[in-house]
Design a protein around this ligand. Structure first.
Ligand SMILES: Cc1ncc(COP(=O)(O)O)c(C=O)c1O
Length: 417
């Protein structure tokens, strides 16, 4: 498609967008700027207008019913999490806790170093919480810190070459216990071939798990088909499910009935038939639900339910189509914003150009202006984020951003430079 960096073109594109009405389902932060742009759905998604109604319903039921709300609330709390899974995938997906907690719970089961199979492979510049989680997993098992192996971009490159991941996995072979990989890298926005990572990881006998914080709600995921052993994601980014809101996790069907898998258990993961007999002896619910520890955090789940309803209506298919077009348009606008040139580049988009290798996020590396550029954008009403040492991350979100937002971002970028 031939793009144009004009307001008229952006408005024409918005007028043709089948998802344009979804913008009105969200609350945009207050701003005194003339053309504010919210481009940080990759960090905290906007509040669906329905979230308040869903949460108020639970507050009302809690007030009216007290403990009886577990069974008599409009959406009974006892089975609230099932309301969420019925919308995604029943046996393999469950929602509870938070992301890092879920990664630990899943690694407690799936990182089982034995003999020479002790190593963990992870992407360099993984989100720090993952790094700390992995370091601590090694410590818990008494495994030396250097058994955490990183795959880095090659010298002078920003992105990780996928062939380097596969080569490293094959090199490590029977020393590799776990591949824990981020679906979309938080810093560069690179979306990896999760199916192939799973295939290669399994070919050497390793377990494969994914952190999908930046992938869920952003790119289409076919976890059952791709076959990783486990995955977890947060609800508050592209899924718009409230700050610090509930996390989702996936355990592949092949582990659904593995009652003997070691795990950190809690009563909410125990057989529903006998949960209230309060007898000793943990009997896990088959599937992902068996990894739940505690009873449902209903207020967070209510916000999540409100957001999932919007996703169901919009469909991931339509979101993906718009995402590719919108992100391509933003890249075009950024590259044509006038002040930066090939001879004297002021910034560089380090996110892959191939739409199959990225989601909504573009990471703009500031070559000279540095953080001052980010602050200048901020003052003009752009909500984006800065990641050390020199990247501005922007994510046009298909559900509530439009082409006009991209156009104004380009204008703000030009005037900030
Ligand atoms: C890739 C990634 N992993 C893990 C986390 C940590 O998430 P939480 O604080 O919900 O545990 C984040 C948070 O932004 C993240 O981006």
């Amino acid at each position: 498609m031939n793009f144009e960096n004009t307001l008229e073109f952006a408005r024409t594109m918005d007028a043709q967008d089948p998802l344009r009405d979804f913008r009105d389902r969200f609350i945009f932060p207050e701003s005194s700027a003339e053309h504010p742009v919210y481009f940080t759905g990759n960090s905290l998604g906007l509040q669906p207008k329905t979230a308040k109604t869903f949460i108020l319903q639970e507050l009302e039921d809690w007030g009216r019913l007290g403990v009886d709300g577990h069974f008599h609330a409009k959406r009974p709390w006892y089975s609230y999490h099932e309301t969420l899974t019925s919308m995604v995938a029943k046996l393999e997906v469950c929602t509870s806790h938070s992301l890092t907690t879920n990664l630990h719970l899943l690694m407690a089961s799936f990182y089982r170093p034995q003999g020479k199979r002790t190593k963990i492979l992870c992407e360099a510049k993984a989100f720090p919480s993952d790094q700390y989680a992995l370091e601590s997993q090694l410590k818990i098992h008494g495994i030396p810190a250097d058994h955490l192996v990183w795959v880095s971009p090659r010298a002078q490159e920003e992105l990780i070459r996928e062939e380097d991941i596969y080569e490293r996995i094959l090199d490590l072979g029977d020393e590799l216990a776990l591949v824990l990989w981020g679906g979309v890298n938080y810093y560069t926005g690179q979306f990896f071939d999760l199916k192939e990572i799973t295939r290669v990881g399994h070919s050497v006998g390793a377990v494969v798990g994914f952190d999908l914080a930046h992938a869920a709600g952003n790119v289409a995921l076919h976890l059952h088909e791709w076959g990783p052993d486990f995955a977890a994601w947060c609800g508050y980014k592209y899924l718009n499910s409230s700050p610090g809101g509930v996390s989702g996790f996936f355990v592949h069907e092949r582990h659904a009935h593995s009652k003997d898998l070691p795990r950190l258990a809690g009563w909410w993961g125990h057989n529903k038939e006998s949960r209230f007999s309060m007898a000793p002896g943990f009997d896990p619910i088959p599937g992902a639900e068996g990894w739940q520890l505690s009873n449902a955090p209903v207020l967070g789940m209510a916000a999540h339910l409100a957001a999932l309803e919007i996703f169901e209506e919009a469909t991931m298919d339509r979101i993906s189509k718009k995402r590719d077009l919108l992100t391509a348009y933003l890249a075009y606008v950024v590259e044509n914003c006038g002040t930066s040139s090939k001879e004297n580049p002021l910034f560089e988009i380090i996110t892959p150009q191939d739409p199959k290798k990225r989601g909504a996020q573009l990471s703009i590396k500031c070559l000279s202006a540095g953080k001052a550029l980010f602050h200048a954008l901020n003052q003009r009403g752009v909500v984006a984020d800065w990641r050390e040492p020199n990247v501005i991350r922007v994510a046009p979100t298909a559900l509530y951003n439009g082409f006009e937002d991209c156009f104004w971002f380009g204008q703000h970028l030009s005037s900030s430079l």
